[in-house]
Design a binder for this molecule. Sequence first.
Ligand code: 13P
Ligand code: SF4
Length: 304
Amino acid sequence: MTSQNAGLISRIAALKEERKAVILVHNYQIAEVQDIADFVGDSLELSQRAAATTAEVIVFCGVHFMAETASILSPEKKVLLPDVNAGCPMADMITAAGLREMKEQFPGSSVVCYVNTTAEVKAESDICCTSANAVRVVESLNGGDIIFVPDQYLGDYVRGQTGRSMHLWPGYCPTHVKIRPEDITERRREHPGAKVVVHPECRPEVIALADETLSTGGMIRYARRTDVAELVLGTEPGIIHRLKKENPGKKFFVASEKATCPNMKLITLEKVYWALESQKPEIKVAEDIRLRARAAVDRMLEVP
Ligand code: 13P
Ligand code: SF4
């Protein structure tokens, strides 16, 4: 830790106390930001924390849809996203109007939206899901067709796991599609004893070559419980910091350094400090949209 960082970290801690704030951080954030977190987790764990916290201010170190979900769940709290430009390009691949058209095309289908969507898209959906619970969410729905938006690869994975009839929106994560099957083959050659764990946002050809397909939280738990000493991770490299910190005896390798999410890297310690100081940028959702989006998020949180 540099002395400049040490000063900034203690100023953030003091301001956090003064503002009665909590700092929630996604597993892909830069190491310095993960290290000042009250909680680090995946999308599902972070939304559960946001729903349960008694803090007055939530500083969300992640991307826009995550902060928006926190605001949907806790409208009475001030939700700050330290860089308002930290978006998710996959979430921007579908609009509420686009989803309404799809619903007209497949009437009677249940609508499942990945949490990586805007509040407007959640408001048009029956139930939300994350990569950690997508299979369970789809299994919780009674028979009939399912519209799944916007990630075609997560949707394809869930369809394979559940055997359900699913209509998929053609969205994708521009970061995870950078991982190629050749990357997995090469890493296996370099680390023959390693297990390969990939995120369900990866392309099906990549998932087919993996030992496990898990959310980022699932990867953290898998790394703790496995006896294997080496893991190759098919996901965003930010996760390696936490894996190494929690499992000093094990080795972790990324499938591809190219799969870095530029939006996740926008949040810095300075921006966290300025967000706490200025109480901006605040993420808020119009009340009519929020109530409809909340119903889809609440339904997800009720799935065991
Ligand atoms: P997780 O919910 O697995 O953390 O994934 C979030 C995400 O944006 C993956 O790209
Ligand atoms: Fe969106 Fe992909 Fe970045 Fe996750 S890694 S926030 S899905 S662009």
